[in-house]
Design a protein around this ligand. Structure first.
Ligand SMILES: [Zn+2]
Length: 201
């Protein structure tokens, strides 16, 4: 299976066609509610598979491709309908997704999310975060989950192009690939309470 299996929960051609759902609220009116305008998407099997925008979730629900499991206490209002703001939705049809689809892709945000948005050398959560190759690329270190950690700018400057031993700087936790649900933490630094019961402990 390839990433194309993800398409049903990504904006598909046609879904965003102007006039298709002209009455849908635009993003500016869907940002309140403390969940950063994001909706947790579960597979038909209740397995979390993605995070999408409120607008995208509303389209899936209107097209009867998803059902709302959790919603906010306030509603989305549009010309032709009123809908409780979706917080967690479930796809009606099971979508086959590689178990490691999300953890295979290394991005800065995914590294930050895996490391709890904190420097793996000093623990700082403040200031600008960067990513550091534990074994520098110049010394043969690869761009793999096992060799990339979140690092604050001062620590990055201090470590420079040295090996952990040379700099006497070692990651607090041995870096490893993140769990399959890393996308949840990439999407939002604060996971909404209403999502918790659907996420693996
Ligand atoms: Zn640091």
């Amino acid at each position: 299976m390839t990433a194309t299996a993800l398409q049903p929960v990504e904006p598909a051609p046609g879904d965003e066609t102007p006039g298709h759902h002209p009455a849908l609220p635009d993003g500016r009116h869907t940002q309140r509610g403390g969940t950063n305008g994001r909706v947790l998407v579960l597979n038909a099997s209740y397995e979390p598979i993605n995070v999408c925008t409120v607008r995208r979730a509303a389209v899936l629900v209107l097209k009867e491709r998803a059902e709302v499991l959790e919603h906010a206490t306030w509603s989305l209002h549009a010309e032709s309908f009123t809908m409780a703001r979706p917080v967690v939705i479930r796809l009606i049809t099971y979508v086959r997704i590689p178990r490691d689809a999300h953890s295979r892709k290394i991005t800065r945000r995914a590294v930050f999310a895996r490391d709890g948005w904190s420097c793996q050398y000093c623990g700082s959560k403040h200031g600008s975060l960067t990513v550091d190759h534990v074994i520098p690329r110049s010394k043969g270190g690869g761009s793999t989950w096992e060799n990339i950690v979140t690092c604050c700018a001062p620590c990055n400057r201090r470590k420079g192009d040295r090996l952990p031993k040379q700099a006497d700087m070692h990651p607090r936790q041995a870096p490893k690939p993140p769990p399959a649900t890393i996308f949840v933490h990439v999407a939002t630094q604060r996971v909404p309470d209403q999502w918790q019961q659907y996420l693996p402990a």
